[in-house]
Design a protein around this ligand. Structure first.
Ligand code: AMP
Length: 190
């Protein structure tokens, strides 16, 4: 089983690279942001709760996200592995993921840290907002999301380093070059 955590600030290219990895390795993909946007679109209770946090650029409470993730994970049958995109975003979530996989006799294979300079993130997200109409891709909310990333999510870099699972990926440059670097990191743990 290949369990990959794709990590990085908002706008670092996690979604784009995940699609390529899914295609190459035939594994499942969980994007917690996509699941939440689906819940919002369907007007579910979780979607209504999520909207309040997403519009403010804040993270949802860990327990809500962990429950949601466990349900999605249980829905996969005959899986070759999973790429976790946008999760974990806090140390508590990383610990919950570790426990959840251990219960299933599995573990995280590698954490890929897509490293992109801050100015580039801002430019990419503003462009994405204009193209996709994603409501939280506006300058004010992007700034809040980056603050949240630095304070609550970036500490996971050291956490995964200590677990011996950290792989640095240069997230700036041609898509293909970035994908190649990612594939090398995955193939090294396969
Ligand atoms: P994303 O599409 O990954 O950028 O996520 C969009 C928004 O969904 C985030 O700004 C959070 O409000 C929420 N969200 C997504 N994943 C998580 C997570 N793992 N923990 C808490 N909130 C999350």
């Amino acid at each position: 089983m290949l369990n990959i955590v794709i990590f990085g600030a908002p706008g670092s290219g996690k979604g784009t690279q995940s699609e390529r990895i899914v295609e190459k390795y035939g594994i499942n993909h969980i994007s917690t942001g996509d699941v939440l946007r689906g819940e919002m679109k369907n007007g579910t209770e979780l979607g209504q709760i999520a909207k309040g946090y997403i519009d403010q650029g804040q993270l949802l409470p860990d327990n809500l996200i962990v429950d949601m993730l466990a349900k999605t994970l249980d829905g996969f049958q005959d899986s070759k592995g999973v790429i976790f995109d946008g999760f974990p975003r806090t140390i508590a979530q990383a610990e919950a993921l570790k426990a959840m996989l251990a219960e299933r006799g599995q573990s995280v294979s590698v954490m890929l840290d897509l490293d992109v300079p801050e100015e580039e993130l801002m430019t990419r997200l503003i462009k994405r907002g204009q193209e996709s109409g994603r409501a939280d891709d506006n300058e004010e909310t992007i700034k809040k999301r980056l603050v949240v990333y630095h304070s609550q999510t970036a500490p996971l870099i050291d956490w995964y380093r200590q677990e011996g699972l950290y792989a640095h990926i240069n997230g700036l440059g041609q898509l293909e070059t970035i994908t190649n670097e990612i594939c090398q990191a995955i193939d090294a743990v396969k």
